[in-house]
Design a protein around this ligand. Structure first.
Ligand code: S3P
Length: 428
């Protein structure tokens, strides 16, 4: 297995930016809530900023209250206006899919939603089909089930859906459509996907009836009023430094403060602890319906583990950086049941496998994952990021830990989710 070429000689303390999933959702819930809201800890990365700007063009009044803090006034969902231009969601699947759901349920709304080249390759039928069954008019402009999407908002009808994919984006798109149209929705998935949307409904005073952990109904009334949101640090961003703190040499811990620890997001901690990683959670608390804590991460000896299918939704964004941990593990690494990785900002199975091969790692690729045996050495290489922030950050962590010189085609994608990543990496 690879050996770290650097040591932490003193206890380091870092913060990471606000949670991306929650940041997108605060904008959407501000839009659904009459009056003034405040958001603190908002991720000022390109993805959620695109969502904020899109809703500003539909009538939200947004003013900055300082770094990561905004005041947002909504005229109420029925008074949002159709945007004059095309709505651009940049690189953000969450932004476009959740917004498509919300706008589809607003009668009178007319909007076209698009994004960058990566976003326009990602599958949209997964939300278009169930939304159409609810009575929505959502069409793919080019007829290829991809963005751009043209939406004519309609009054939708009560709906019940069993999703073939455990995806919080599908779940949230349909729930937001129901909230916009004041109808009820019953939703069932195969595994629990992240539940920030459900938490926010409860936080705003709405009620959700759970029939099982993966099956619930949400019913009107939805009288949401402006409120104050405080967003924790993003565990998916922290994940890069959790792996760094486990794989680095020395014995000093890395303290990562104020991290969202929603149970549907902490699979990364479970998997790394199963690999032998020592991670302690301290200062646990709850804010705006979300669990939060600080993480103490100790340099640890890692070994290969079996990652079971039920864990996949809760680690779906962390698989690239978990793979890097695998390079420092006894016995190598294997991921399976993860074909959803092919539908992310890039085809993350291909992106990881092709870059590992450039490093000289022998990888076996299958449809739903990949596997490699224990790695001895890696070689200098040029990394292709495929317009994908998590690919860029994963290999940047590898370069720092291993001392191997890696060059990158384009690291600007990092700003979609983690502005300041390279400054923190330099500081630890
Ligand atoms: C997200 C859900 C996940 C995740 C994405 C954010 C969300 O996607 O990969 O980065 O905020 O709902 P899927 O729900 O499609 O798996």
């Amino acid at each position: 297995m690879l050996q770290p070429q650097i040591k932490l000689n003193a206890k380091n303390e870092i913060y990471v930016p606000g949670d991306k999933s929650i940041s997108h959702r605060t904008v959407l819930f501000c839009a659904l809530s009459q009056g003034k809201s405040e958001i603190h800890g908002f991720l000022e990365g390109e993805d959620p900023l695109h969502t904020l700007r899109c809703f500003e063009s539909m009538g939200l009044s947004v003013s900055s209250l300082g770094k990561g803090s905004y005041s947002v006034v909504s005229p109420g969902k029925q008074n949002l206006n159709s945007p004059k231009g095309v709505l651009d969601f940049g690189n953000a699947g969450t932004g476009i899919r959740l917004s498509a759901g919300l706008l589809a349920g607003l009668p009178g709304m007319n909007a076209t939603l698009t994004g960058d080249a990566s976003l326009c390759k990602r599958p949209m039928a997964r939300i278009m089909n169930p939304l159409q069954e609810m009575g929505a008019s959502v069409i793919s402009v080019e007829g290829n089930d991809r963005a751009p999407l043209r939406i004519e908002g309609k009054q939708l009808k009560d709906y019940s859906y069993v999703s073939p994919i455990a995806s919080a984006q599908i779940k949230s798109a349909l729930v937001l459509a129901a909230l916009a149209s004041d109808i009820s929705i019953e939703y069932k998935e195969s595994e629990v996907s992240r539940d920030h949307t459900e938490n926010m409904i409860r936080f705003l005073g709405g009620s959700i009836t759970h029939h099982s952990p993966v099956h619930f109904t949400v019913k009107p009334p939805y009288h949401f009023e402006g409120t104050k949101y405080v967003i924790p640090g993003d565990i998916s961003s922290a994940a890069f430094f959790i792996v760094f703190g486990l794989c680095v040499g020395g014995s000093e811990p890395l303290l990562i403060k104020n991290i969202g620890l929603n149970p549907s997001r902490i699979g990364i901690l479970t998997v790394l602890q199963n690999m032998g990683g020592k991670i302690e959670i301290i200062a646990k608390r709850v804010e705006c319906g979300e669990e939060i804590g600080d993480l103490l991460v100790y340099p640890s000896k890692l070994k290969r583990t079996v990652i079971t299918e039920d864990l996949i939704p809760s680690i779906i964004d962390e698989i690239p950086i978990l793979t890097i941990a695998g390079l420092f593990s006894e016995g190598g690494f294997q991921i399976s049941h993860a074909e959803e990785l092919r539908a992310k900002e890039s085809d993350r199975i291909r992106s990881m496998v092709s870059n590992l091969e450039r490093l000289g790692v022998k990888v076996k690729e299958v449809n739903d994952g990949y596997e490699f045996d224990e790695v001895g050495t890696i070689q200098n290489a040029k990394i292709e990021t495929f317009m994908d922030h998590r690919i860029a950050m994963s290999f940047a962590i590898l370069s720092k830990l291993s001392g191997v010189s890696l060059s990158f085609d384009d690291t600007s994608w990092v700003d979609t989710s983690f502005p300041g990543f390279f400054e923190i990496l330099k500081s630890v």
